[in-house]
Write a protein that binds this ligand. Sequence first.
Ligand SMILES: [Zn+2]
Length: 231
Amino acid sequence: MSEPKPTLNLNDMHDLAVARMFAGNQAFAERIAQEDPEFFARQARQQEPHTLWIGCSDSRVSSDVITNTDPGNLFVHRNVANLVVHTDFNVLSAIDYAVNHLHVQHIVVCGHYQCGGVLAAMQATEMGLIDNWLRNIKDVYRLHSAELEALPDQPARARRLVELNVFEQVYNVCKTSTVQKSWREHGRPFVHGWVYDLETGLIKDLEVNVSGRRDLEEIYRFDMDKALHHD
Ligand SMILES: [Zn+2]
C-alpha cells in the first residue's frame, strides 16, 4: 500500500507561506531580468564573493538583507549562534573553500542580540540534542564568568555574552591552520567580529579585527616554516 501523497492546502497558513515563496521567487527573477538583463548570465558563470559570512541561523538575521548586498557578494555559513567549532567539518570546509578557492578578503563572524541559542545556553533547562551544541557557549561563559557575573542583571549578561561569543568565534577562525597559512602566504583574510541589533537594524563592529598571528595567544600560533618542511 502506498503512502498518501501530501497535497498543498492553500487555506493553511503554512502552505500559503510556501506558495508565497514561489510567487516571490518569480517576482524576483522578473524584476532582476528587467533591471539588469545580463545579471543571471553573469551569475551562472562564476561567483566572486569578497567575504565569508559566518552568522546565526536566526530567521531575522539574513546576511544579504541586513548588509544590502547582492547575490554573489557573500559566501555564507550559518548555524545556531554562529559558532566555529573545531570538530565541525561543515564550518571548516566553508572556511577552507572560501579562503583557498574563492580567495575572500574578509571573514565576518556576525552574532546578534536576543540570540535564542545564547539565551538557551544561559539556562539550566535540558533541551535535547542541541544541548551538545550550546555547550560551546557555556564554555565561553565559563571563560568570561568574572566579567559576566559582575554585570547588574540577566539582560546585560545576555547582551555581553553575545559579544563575547563573537570574540571567541573570531579567535576560533584565526586558530585554524587554513587562515594562518593564508595570512603567511597572501596577507589575507581580515577577520572581523560584528553584532547585529534587532531593535535598530544596525550592525556594531566589535573592533576585534584580526589580520595576523601576532594577534593570537602563542599556544595557537602555527610555526608555518616548520610545518612546510614536513609537507
Ligand atoms: Zn541567534
